[in-house]
Design a binder for this molecule. Structure first.
Ligand SMILES: C[S@@+](CC[C@H](N)C(=O)[O-])C[C@H]1O[C@@H](n2cnc3c(N)ncnc32)[C@H](O)[C@@H]1O
Length: 389
């Protein structure tokens, strides 16, 4: 036995192993001195003398030696399996599952594989379009009773233990996710991000992994000694980084979804920040007015817009002023005009509640693309009382 093989390895589902072995041997490609690490109990790989991918002609030769249709049973991978990327692992896991059942793996099957997914702890969430085209509908229909085995392999290939499929975030105030568990027993997830523990029921609480850079940015702003109001606290996406990393003295967290409140309470204990967190359950149109004049900072993390509470948010700030973090979905071409309109609107609202403030933009963060041409932005706004300027 030689060292672990670094070159071309030809993989197939175990039931086809002997056939592939003799095909490679008769082509004189088999490198019997080399070995490769097994990747799963379902696959077998044979190191070859080739060091790079095969030419079309070589593939044809292999196809003619191999009694199964080339695309059905053989997958060509450069280097050992442990290092292959998740797309490659997914492709192989599905490919092997189908080969074991004698189902041809078509281009439509390949097109129906997930291109993107989210990892929430050990739960992998794939989108609605995955495994849903006609080819997959037919296959899953004919394999009823075996699909849980497929979902388990998909979850493992993508680095998780459980698998769920998302429909879409519902357009209600709670932004409830629609989630179908495909493999696993429960939808509660836990994970650690930048030193902050998060935990929530992924079927009941919306969590946008795409906001990770913004969570990190907010958590890197020092809020030492500050009282903060988080108007849309959710499961603590911003509340927790502000407590754990920004070192806020106190966060008032407004939240109306009982499942998010449960998550927030769990995370307060887990992160040991319960003594600096006050949760205000219910609609923030009712809870924010109870926080008038207390805050150094107010976080407004609702999409597409938090405009409905801007006046309450300004009123929450101390009479000497403070800061707002205003989230909004804005058409890319209109960001600059939106920014000046927002500052004007906030100035008008501040005057309306008797605050004589200078209101300026401190920073505009482009968080992520929300939809074609529309960007999720956050405007950091500073309000300074004329006398305190
Ligand atoms: C978009 S989610 C937060 C998502 C989070 N910012 C993220 O990055 O993943 C908004 C949260 O605000 C809460 N919410 C919406 N309208 C509310 C209201 N009027 N009063 C209190 N909470 C509200 C929802 O229940 C939800 O938890």
């Amino acid at each position: 036995m030689g060292n672990t093989h670094q070159g071309l390895v030809v993989w197939t589902a175990k039931p086809h192993g002997a056939q592939l072995h003799s095909a490679l041997k008769s082509l004189l490609w088999l490198n019997s001195q080399a070995r490769c690490e097994p990747i799963s109990e379902h696959e077998v790989g044979f190191p070859c003398h080739q060091v790079s991918d095969l030419t079309g002609k070589q593939k044809q030769a292999l196809a003619s030696m191999f009694p199964h249709h080339y695309g059905h049973a053989v997958r060509l991978i450069i280097a050992q399996g442990a290092s292959v990327n998740p797309h490659e692992r997914l492709f192989r896991a599905v490919h092997v599952w189908m080969a074991e059942r004698g189902i041809p793996f078509s281009k439509s099957h390949e097109a129906g594989l997930p291109q993107k997914w989210e990892r929430l702890g050990d739960l992998v969430v794939i989108n609605k379009a995955s495994f849903s085209n006609d080819a997959w509908q037919k296959t899953l229909h004919s394999e009823v009773g075996h699909s849980s085995n497929l979902w388990e392999r998909v979850a493992r290939a993508l680095g998780g233990e459980r698998l769920a499929q998302q429909a879409h975030i519902m357009d209600n105030a709670l932004r409830s996710p629609q989630l179908k568990l495909l493999h696993g027993a429960a939808t509660w997830v836990e994970f650690l991000d930048h030193g902050v523990h998060f935990g929530f029921d992924a079927a009941q609480v919306m969590f946008s992994s795409g906001n990770i850079t913004e969570r990190h940015r907010i958590g890197s702003i020092s809020m030492e000694g500050e009282t903060v109001v988080d108007a849309y606290a959710g499961a603590g996406y911003y509340t927790l980084p502000m407590l754990v990393r920004s070192d806020a003295a106190l966060v008032h967290a407004c939240e109306m979804n009982p499942a998010s409140i449960e998550a927030l309470n769990w995370a307060a204990r887990k992160n040991d920040v319960g003594s600096r967190l006050l949760i205000h359950p219910g609609d923030n149109q009712t809870t924010l007015p109870m926080l008038t004049g207390v805050a150094d900072r107010c976080h407004l993390g609702l999409l597409p817009s938090s405009e409905g509470v801007w006046q309450h948010a300004l009123a929450c700030l101390k009479p000497t002023g403070g800061r707002l973090h205003v989230h909004m979905n804005v058409p890319k071409a209109e960001i600059e005009s939106w920014k000046s309109q927002t500052l004007n609107r906030l100035s008008d609202l501040a005057k309306k509640i008797g605050r004589q403030w200078d209101i300026e933009a401190e920073h505009l963060e482009r968080v992520k693309s929300y939809s074609p041409g529309v960007i999720h932005v956050v405007l950091d706004v500073k309000c300074t009382a004329a006398s305190a300027a």
